[in-house]
Design a protein around this ligand. Structure first.
Ligand code: PEP
Ligand code: MN
Length: 300
């Protein structure tokens, strides 16, 4: 016998029977806790004095990868000096090729922690699997889940058990509903501190590394109460495009940006072409400050 499925059930694959979907407040969406219907007020996420939410704009910056203690401390001091509020940096790097530099692991986490304590900047860093998640959680203030892991459901469930902010990046081929459903896994575990990061989609045009979906910012603002972050570095892949895209992100209503910075980009082991110099970050923060003030948004 053939299984007949009503066409209205085919909008997305949830695995849930229609009766349970209707429980999602009749929205027919594959998520509930992350939705605006569930919570009208925008969520505000506080991390060591930094706030992600309405009326605020946070600059997270640092090296794509921790290459050495000296490199990380140098760049952390420089981004602090340039006006960044959160330190980014990868100790565990998900790489397309196994021959690329894949990070220093636990040693990298210790270096990042030292840089974070010295500068006073809270730390965001990525957990790439279940194995490294406990150590990442121990050293980081915000746990990042990367684009390649957006639908690693075991990792999402584990992140849901943490009581620490988690930033989930949109996969390069994910719809906004799939991205929000991934965030739902984390919230369903009881972790309410979720940030969503748009980092560009796979496209056919080689002029940019990815195609930034800037409209995702206001779309998610309508659909969800969670703060949206934009990554202008991985979305464009080009240093010269990072500042204009960062300004557009603020203007579109993003609550934060995540920016790669390197003081010697030509020597960077990962993503040098998209890294801003510290002086460029400083100029960018100054321009953002002017736009933010016109929008009655406080930088930080
Ligand atoms: C990163 O932020 O270093 C990174 C690997 O980004 P993405 O997961 O967006 O590719
Ligand atoms: Mn990178």
């Amino acid at each position: 016998m053939e299984k007949v499925v009503e066409s209205q059930n085919l909008g997305f694959e949830t695995g849930l029977p229609q009766s349970e979907l209707d429980c999602c407040f009749g929205t027919r969406k594959p998520y509930r806790l992350v939705s605006r219907e569930y919570q009208k007020e925008s969520s505000v996420i506080r991390v060591r004095g930094v706030e992600f939410g309405p009326g605020r704009f946070v600059v997270m910056a640092g090296p794509c990868a921790v290459e050495s203690r000296d490199q990380t401390l140098r760049i952390a001091r420089a981004v602090k000096e340039a006006g960044a509020h959160v330190l980014r940096g990868g100790a565990y790097k998900p790489r397309s090729s196994p021959y690329s530099f894949r990070g220093l692991g636990l040693e990298g986490l210790k270096i990042l922690r030292e840089a974070s304590l010295e500068t006073g900047l809270p730390l965001i860093t990525e957990a790439i699997d279940l194995e490294c998640l406990p150590s990442v959680c121990e050293y980081a203030d915000i746990v990042q889940i990367g684009a390649r892991n957006m639908q690693n459901f075991a990792l999402l469930e584990a992140a849901g058990k943490l009581r620490k902010p988690v930033m989930i990046k949109r996969a390069f081929s994910a719809t906004i509903d799939e991205w929000l459903a991934a965030a739902e896994y984390i919230m369903q575990g009881g972790n309410e501190q979720v940030l969503l990061c748009e980092r560009g989609l796979r496209s056919y045009d080689p002029n940019t590394r990815n195609l930034l979906d800037i409209s995702a910012v206001p779309v998610v603002e309508e659909l969800s109460h969670l703060p949206v972050v934009v990554d202008p570095s991985h979305s464009t892949g080009k240093r010269t495009l990072v500042a204009p895209v960062s300004k557009a992100s603020l203007a579109a209503g993003a609550r934060a940006i995540l920016v790669d910075v390197h003081d010697r980009p030509d020597e960077a082991l990962v993503d040098g072409a998209q890294a801003l110099l510290p002086s460029e970050l400083k100029d960018l923060v100054e321009s953002l400050r002017k736009i933010a003030s016109a929008m009655e948004v406080t930088l930080k």
